[in-house]
Design a protein around this ligand. Structure first.
Ligand code: MIC
Ligand code: SF4
Length: 648
């Protein structure tokens, strides 16, 4: 009899094209579906074009416009038109602005159990709620997958999260993932996938499962997946897509690297406190904190269930006069359904602002809170400054907790606040309102489609080959858990996503406003910039701009204690060496401005040997490990993936 397999192994093994499926091995997998969004998609599509593909080769590729929908100035509207024409030409479905957030819409209209999905957004694992292996990656990796190329990853260790019991009223899926964040934290979970199982799985609807897998991104795991079962079938049926259903469960006796049990009946409501999704506390400990702003929405908690629940809690009540409440449905499907059934009117009547079905506040491009405000949100990230206001204190919690805070004006336990009310039971509808008219189909023959290129659209940026001697300077030294939001701010800077030269002016803007100027001047004097970082560098988003813009400024190496998966891959894709301190004490001794000379760089990389950086001021030797697969070595040496493909 063959060895029993868990769900991760079943789906991955059915998609392997290169490598041996053993934890720690580099493998390549076939990608069935891709998604891109506008903030990363323009670069992904420029790269798709530069790679010379003439049609997507996946089963489904969808290009969503959901991030830069404010369209302040012409830049983003130009990007969107570019994306629309590229989609029409190359066989990609195009989801227009207003149709909803990529992950929510993808779950509703395209996700299929057993399939692989690669998305140029770190919350692509939302698809794990419907039984997919859904992975976030940089745009270049997604461009390759759209063209039919494999996606390379480390075959993961699998942690099983066994769910027992049943959620008590007022405790919700958000509290499950916050509890797991409390256990596993936001760092040290690279090359791991999480598989949910246990008797409680059947008590959670697909959107609730997706809230959990969505925020698995904050753990730093490659993805998270739920079984595909009767609940999955009913969800697909209600979306008119039952033919896409197949059952997927782990084999009896399947092995796991670790098992964590969470008893849902014992869970209490929680919130992630400023400034990390891993800084989790029980709501009872935070009760009484005055709240200025409440925002319900994002790809984590803006499903039909979440918005209906919000409406039920706000019905016939008024929010606290001191609170500004904003509600954004995750998709147009949700928005139209709650408009037609009257729930939206209950939300409006409570005093809420209705926001567009888009990323909006979550990416910090609108509704920034006032100075020193306390903001409680149902989204997934509360990194420093991400809301658009550096002094704001952002908490992440469930829609139940958010609604209670909006009504009372302070953080409180919803079970306590609503103790005289019945907990609203929101059933998954037997049929959702289906209208795909905002998803444009591509031309069957794209040869006649002309691509629109506004003045903002340039060529994809290029890099030079890796030098043999690094004449380096530590142009910035940062601490632990530096996120891509620290490296490459989004919010009001988002509109420059397609203008690398301009966007590069804002690298590490909040850490050190002089960094970009200093790095650029080093580059002009042939000094190679080195970023020095602590533990878990590059947490958070998949934005490859956090590699592209440093590359543009002449950064050749990031030397860190540890690094997160997507960001490390993006550095390699753009020819920046990811290096690791052999001795952590060297991290402590290095200072910004130190000159570091590294010789025989190419040879050491080829042979997989550690690099030795010599500090000019005192001659100290600092050993830096560079662990790369053969494929990655080729990319780093060539100065990035595009160069390595061209040189082949
Ligand atoms: C995010 O939530 O940080 C984003 C904005 O969706 C990013 C993508 C981006 O920066 O464009 C992500 O999660 O990958
Ligand atoms: Fe959009 Fe926020 Fe989700 Fe990122 S996390 S995709 S910005 S809603």
């Amino acid at each position: 009899m063959s060895t029993p397999k868990n769900i991760v192994q079943k789906i991955l093994d059915a998609h392997i094209v290169t490598g041996t499926p053993e934890a720690g091995n580099a493998v390549g997998i076939r990608i069935d579906q891709t998604l891109t969004q506008d903030a990363t998609g323009t670069m992904a599509c420029l790269q798709f074009e530069a790679l010379g593909f003439n049609r997507v080769k996946t089963e489904v590729s969808v290009s969503y416009v959901d991030h830069n929908t404010i369209q302040e100035g012409f830049e983003n509207a130009d990007d969107h038109k570019y994306l629309e024409t590229v989609a029409a030409k190359y066989g990609i479905l195009f989801s227009k602005p207003g149709n909803g957030i990529c992950h929510q819409v993808h779950l509703e209209r395209f996700g299929k159990p057993g399939k692989t999905l690669l998305g140029s957004d770190s919350h692509t694992p939302t698809g794990g709620g419907i039984g997919m292996i859904a992975i976030g990656a940089g745009g270049l990796d997604v461009a390759v997958a759209m063209g039919g190329g494999p996606f390379y990853l480390t075959y993961p260790k699998v942690i099983k999260v066994e769910l027992t019991g049943r959620l008590r009223p007022w405790v919700s899926a958000k509290d499950v993932i916050l509890a797991l964040l409390e256990i596993l934290g936001t760092k040290g979970n690279t090359n791991v996938m999480i598989e949910y199982g246990g008797e409680a799985v059947e008590t959670l609807s697909v959107p609730e499962r997706s809230t959990i897998t969505n925020m698995g991104a904050e753990l730093g795991v490659t993805t998270s997946v739920f079984p595909s079962d009767e609940k999955t079938r009913l969800f697909l049926k209600a979306q008119g897509r039952e033919e896409g259903y197949c059952e997927i469960s782990a084999d009896e006796g399947a092995a796991y690297d670790r098992v964590i049990t969470i008893d849902l009946s014992a869970l209490e409501t929680r919130a992630a406190c400023p400034h990390s999704p891993g800084n989790v506390k029980k709501l009872s400990e935070l009760a009484g904190t005055k709240v200025d702003q409440v925002l319900i929405g994002s790809c984590t908690n803006a499903s039909y269930r979440d918005i209906m629940l919000t409406a039920a809690l706000l019905k016939n009540k008024k929010i606290s006069p001191s609170v500004s409440l904003g509600v954004a449905c995750g998709s147009r499907q949700v928005l139209e359904m709650v408009s037609r059934n009257g729930a939206l009117a209950d939300i409006i009547a409570s005093g809420a602002r209705i926001l567009e079905s888009a990323c909006g506040f979550c990416i910090g491009n609108s509704v920034a809170p006032r100075t020193d405000a306390v903001s409680i949100r149902t989204s997934n990230r509360n990194f420093f400054g991400r809301s658009g206001t550096s002094s704001a204190q952002v908490y992440l919690a469930s829609p139940e907790a958010a609604a209670a805070a909006a009504l009372s004006g302070e953080i409180c336990d919803p079970a306590e606040y609503f103790k005289n009310d019945e907990y609203p039971q929101i059933e998954t509808p037997s049929s959702f309102l289906i209208d795909d008219s905002m998803i444009l189909k591509p031309a069957s023959n794209g040869s006649k489609i002309e691509i629109f290129r506004g003045p903002n659209i340039g060529d994809p940026p290029s890099n030079t080959a890796c030098p043999d001697t690094i004449n380096g300077e530590v142009s910035i030294k940062v601490g632990d858990k530096i996120t891509t939001d620290h490296i490459m701010p989004a919010g009001s800077r988002l509109k420059y996503r397609s203008n690398i030269e301009k966007y590069s002016e804002f690298v590490f803007e909040r850490e050190d406003p002089q960094f970009a100027k200093r790095a650029f001047s080093n580059k002009n004097r042939d000094i190679h910039n080195i970023i020095v970082a602590g533990d878990s560098y590059g947490q958070g988003s998949s934005r490859e701009h956090a590699a592209i813009c440093p590359m543009f400024l002449g950064v050749k190496m990031v030397a860190a204690i540890s690094m997160e998966r997507i960001h490390r891959a993006n550095l390699v894709n753009f020819g920046i060496i990811p290096a690791f301190f052999e001795d952590k004490a060297d991290y402590a001794s290095i200072e910004c401005g130190d000159s570091l000379a590294i010789s025989n760089v190419r040879e050491c990389i080829e042979k997989g040997e550690a690099l030795t950086a010599v500090r000019k001021s005192d001659g100290k030797n600092i050993r830096l490990n560079v662990e790369l697969t053969e494929r990655e070595k080729e990319m780093v040496l060539a100065g990035g993936l595009l160069n390595s493909i061209k040189s082949r």
